[in-house]
Design a binder for this molecule. Structure first.
Ligand code: HEC
Length: 206
């Protein structure tokens, strides 16, 4: 969860259940989900086959967990600190991408927060994306955490638009524009257009 209420990557289907039920996420309860699924013959067939003897709602959560595992967001142990980081390390095949990685580590200093397995430090920052959302403060009850959100992992970035906790950045160009305008606790980046292109090329390899 963006506010750190649950760490879905570490807790597997438990985190997915939290995302399903959270008021500001899907706001669904398992009883209603079970009732809804009963109306979908195709889902019923598939879920009963894959997860026999389980309520449909449980099968649904397990199916999402298994899918997330398959696309590599969850390692097999449910612990993101293992194999994914190795796989996600980009191979610098192109000069542009290599320059992008150098900027990510150096001049743009993205690595300050996006580092380690899956490129996240797991900490919370206020990047000024949306001042109306309490973010981490809703969990920690600390005023200083107002508007802070967990540094997201940077994985499969080219397929996970829109970006930021509220989906307000439609594409990666908009994300970089936000960092250029001064992204709160992340500070401001100063890149020329060519450097921005290189950084984008690198981000698209993640
Ligand atoms: C101070 C820590 C920090 C720094 C430095 C930082 N980020 Fe972030 N990044 C975050 C946080 C926190 C978010 C989530 C903000 C939100 O949604 O409110 C985020 C979100 C993102 C996202 C959106 C991912 C998604 O799935 O929605 C991308 C892409 C990203 N950062 C790339 C970068 C790049 C590129 C740089 C360097 C120019 C950078 N970040 C520097 C903390 C940081």
């Amino acid at each position: 969860m963006w506010d750190g209420g649950v760490t879905p990557l570490r807790h597997g289907s438990q985190g997915i259940l939290a995302a399903l039920t959270a008021h500001r996420d899907q706001d669904m309860n398992p009883v209603d989900l079970e009732r809804k699924l009963q109306h979908f013959t195709r889902y019923k067939l598939i879920l009963n086959r894959l997860y026999p003897g389980q309520p449909l709602a449980a099968g649904y959560l397990l199916a999402i967990r298994d899918y997330v595992k398959k696309i590599g967001l969850l390692s097999k142990s449910g612990d993101p600190t293992t194999e994914h980081s190795i796989k996600s390390a980009p191979k610098p095949t192109h000069r542009n991408i290599e320059q992008g990685l150098a900027l990510f580590r150096g001049k743009a200093a993205c690595i300050r927060c996006h580092h380690g397995p899956s490129w996240t430090d797991g900490r919370f920052y206020n990047l000024g994306v949306d001042s109306s959302d309490p973010g981490r403060a809703a969990i920690s009850l600390l005023e200083e955490d107002r508007g802070r959100f967990r540094t997201p992992p940077l994985v499969h970035l080219s397929k996970t638009a829109p970006y930021f906790h509220n989906g307000s950045a439609a594409n990666l160009e908009t994300v970089l524009q936000h960092y250029t305008d001064g992204a709160g606790e992340a500070g401001r980046i100063h890149l020329n257009p060519e450097e921005k292109q290189a950084l984008l090329a690198f981000l698209r390899t993640l």
